[in-house]
Design a protein around this ligand. Sequence first.
Ligand code: ATP
Length: 472
Amino acid sequence: MANIHVIDDESSVCWAIEKLGTKLGHEVRVASTAEQGLDLLQESQPDLMFLDVRLPGMSGLEALPKVKEISPGTPVVLITAFGDLEVAVEAVRQGTFDYLVKPFSVEDIQTVIDRALAEQNEAEEVRPENVSADLVGTSLAMQEVFKRIALAASSVAPIVIQGESGTGKELVAQAIHRYGPRHDQPFVAVNIASLAPSLIESELFGHVRGAFTNAVQDKRGFLQQAGGGTLFLDEVAEIPLPTQAKLLRALEQREVVPVGGSAGEKTDFRIVCASHRDLSECVKQGTFRHDLLFRLNTFQINLPPLRDRPEDIPPLVHHFMHRLEKEYARPLRISAAALEELKKRPWYGNVRELRNAVEHAQILARSGVIEVEHLPVPVDRQWFTGTSAETSVADQLEANIRGWTKAQLREGESENLWARFQSLAEKEMLEELLEQCDGQYLAIARILGIHRTTVKKKCEQYGLLSPDQKDD
Ligand SMILES: Nc1ncnc2c1ncn2[C@@H]1O[C@H](COP(=O)(O)OP(=O)(O)OP(=O)(O)O)[C@@H](O)[C@H]1O
């Protein structure tokens, strides 16, 4: 039997925890203010405490250091109706065990009680400096994200952030850095998709003078620049396979060898990666090394698309409006109808699209009130997913195959039609894949779902070998 204290001014919360706790065989004592709770604590030190953040008089966060002083071994679960990133960070920083966002279910309470009593205070330290409210979100999904950011910041493990474009992956990476122990060291953000594929390796690892035609002097790469701090690799799935191998080596050995160099430079950076692609899928398709994913994916944060958390739209709109008010030094408001309209839209471009829409509307709203007619037209899904382009390529291919077949028949070239078509298609596909996969048969075999020796045989058959192609 454990001794549990609940400090909350909402009697229904006290009641629910008391009822469940008693049912589980624990002794539960309740208090409705922090002051009463501290008195209770002087009488008996509980095995677990539930503490509301918003209390009349002294707040839960103010009471927390006193609780820790009186009863240092007691795991504390913070309860908040207004959970935000700062609360999450502060909660973890102060060594609280967990925090619950209202409304929560009986199952949530039971999970927390079971975990706390089993583990007895496993919370870790994070630094509180530079707390900022850049990441906005009141939805439960975002509260979970804040909680994971706080936990990620308290460790130095590699982190993978997954989410559609515009969901705030870079902001999350910045927050992990800002709240972490390396916050006063560099934060180096690199969007791999924005680099020319042929330059990715030298941009990441640097190069020595003379390594290639334009390498007129030694250059430090992003990995070296991030030394001591955090390296954020956005769109990490776009790193070519050979460079992935080099990145893995650098992470394992904490040493960076510049392109054209022979000696490695010791470096120590924390790596945070992001991708809008499912990296496990990329591994299945052979475009991402499984050992690298294994190395990077110690802890994952998934950012839900904005359309799955519409309750975040009003606070985000007000956040962006507030920033514009400050930038343009003029008050800005939004009509209820315009806000309703924004809440209804699917936001395939996520928060970035919403931010752009607010900025667009602000320019047109000369009176300072954003109305429906000031909003831009919703952007088509295909614009973000590229499905229309892909469909039209597929359509073109189909049409071309029909056209080619007709032409062959017309010209009386029907002999071995199937074999001729197959070799035509195979050759083009293999040629493209050899280029994409830097000549590695194994990677091509994974993508095609056929055996490596078949790939090799076919490449030889079509004369696609070149002396500089590496055989994995
Ligand atoms: N929760 C949020 N609160 C406030 N601003 C946000 C939030 N999420 C995203 N933004 C804003 O939306 C824009 C896009 O965010 P960010 O660049 O972090 O997204 P991303 O997921 O990294 O996008 P991409 O994958 O395209 O690089 C930025 O202006 C960012 O400030």
